[in-house]
Ligand binder design. Structure first.
Ligand SMILES: NC(=O)c1ccc[n+]([C@@H]2O[C@H](COP(=O)([O-])OP(=O)(O)OC[C@H]3O[C@@H](n4cnc5c(N)ncnc54)[C@H](O)[C@@H]3O)[C@@H](O)[C@H]2O)c1
Length: 334
């Protein structure tokens, strides 16, 4: 369904990995896009600037893209943005991500993921035209659950990282606002997303860097881990379906994954093949905060909006590897 160009979506975290791709797709589909991002330095800001520049350069002619450098913890700035832009939809992706970083930097999670999230809820609630809110949660809320695949009806009261706890808090806060103020809030639990313009702090990127430099890669839990790796195009497809769906309840939570749980060693081998290198591995024990396996049931999202992930790791990893090699060769030469 292509919506009229008068529809406006505010994407928080538009310079981030998922936000960039989502914003690009909404521009292609004729939406007016407003991007909000603080360009925080959790990882290389140059990559965020490059994504933002690409978004601007690739936008279809006539498309409207407005971007603001703004911290979501700046409530006044956020209020002004909501008042001036009056979005129909808020796609809230800005967050402090990363499980391991939350062990060493807990306060930034409280600030951005809890206080910042509350600011988003408040701005939605008080908007003259209350927007539909679609926000990023995470597979990490399933903690150490062992029943597979993970279903939305499973208990998620035992997070094992502060990052996961803040994402679970977001789901609870959104439920409260939907209940109290009748504003629509839909949470999406993303499962290990990868693809071009990927985050440099994530496993595939760290592996690719090490492999290309001939260094051993750090393989935690001796490679005995399972991950549901989801290609970015499938994630964006799911986001678009949820944003454009008119039949969703006031509040709901959906998994958005690939419904294939891959052995970490298989993933490493496909990546090495795609880069044309022989991987060297340093086997290490499990890291604090990490979970053994993730595996998404996507049945609920399929029933609600027809979501059907298509990309296997054999198809998606070579696309990521090609981008990674090209991007970092170019940026190293400059
Ligand atoms: N990538 C994944 O595999 C994955 C998995 C589960 C959940 N998520 C969630 O999806 C969302 C997007 O993740 P991503 O991988 O694109 O991460 P990302 O770090 O690439 O993007 C997040 C963006 O938010 C911005 N940001 C951070 N703090 C901000 C603040 N206080 N104010 C304004 N902007 C701020 C950052 O500058 C960044 O550009 C996040 O909410 C993340 O927790 C991602």
């Amino acid at each position: 369904m292509k919506l009229s160009a008068t529809r406006k979506i505010l994407v928080t975290g538009h310079a981030g990995f998922i936000g960039f791709h989502a914003a690009q797709e909404f521009l292609r589909r004729g939406w007016n896009v407003v991007g909000v991002d603080s360009f925080c330095d959790y990882y290389d800001v140059a990559l965020k600037r490059d994504r933002a520049a690409r978004l601007e350069a690739d936008k279809p002619s006539g498309a409207r893209l407005a971007t603001r450098k703004l911290d979501i913890c700046d409530l006044e700035g956020l209020r002004e943005t909501f008042a001036e832009e009056a979005p129909d939809i808020v796609l809230h992706l800005a967050a402090q991500p990363g499980v391991r970083y939350s062990i060493t930097h807990p306060f930034v999670y409280q600030k951005t993921n809890v206080e910042g999230f509350l600011n988003i809820l408040e701005c939605c609630r008080h908007a003259a035209k209350v927007p539909k809110l679609v926000f990023a949660s995470s597979s990490s809320v399933y903690g150490g659950n062992t029943k597979m695949p993970f279903e939305e009806s499973d208990q998620v009261d035992t997070p094992i990282s502060l990052y996961a706890a803040t994402k679970k808090a977001n789901e609870l806060m959104a439920h409260t606002y939907a209940h109290l103020y009748k504003m629509q809030a839909i949470g999406l639990r993303f499962f290990t997303v990868y693809g071009p313009w990927y985050r440099p702090d994530m496993a595939l990127s760290l592996f690719a860097d090490a492999m290309l430099a001939g260094r051993p890669i750090k393989v935690f839990n001796h490679g005995d881990m399972l991950r549901d790796f989801t290609f970015i195009d499938d994630i964006v497809d799911g986001i678009v379906r949820v944003v454009e769906a008119a039949n969703l309840p006031l509040y709901d939570i959906f998994n958005i994954g690939n419904h294939r749980s891959e052995k970490l060693l298989d993933v490493i081998n496909v990546l090495a093949e795609s880069l044309g290198v022989e991987p060297k591995m340093e086997m290490l024990p499990m890291q604090a905060g990490d979970v053994y396996a993730t595996y998404a049931s996507v049945e609920k999202l399929h029933k609600a909006v027809g979501y059907e992930p298509k990309t296997t790791i054999r198809e998606g990893i070579p696309v990521f590897a090609k981008w990674h090699r090209k991007y970092y060769e170019r940026t190293c030469r400059e």
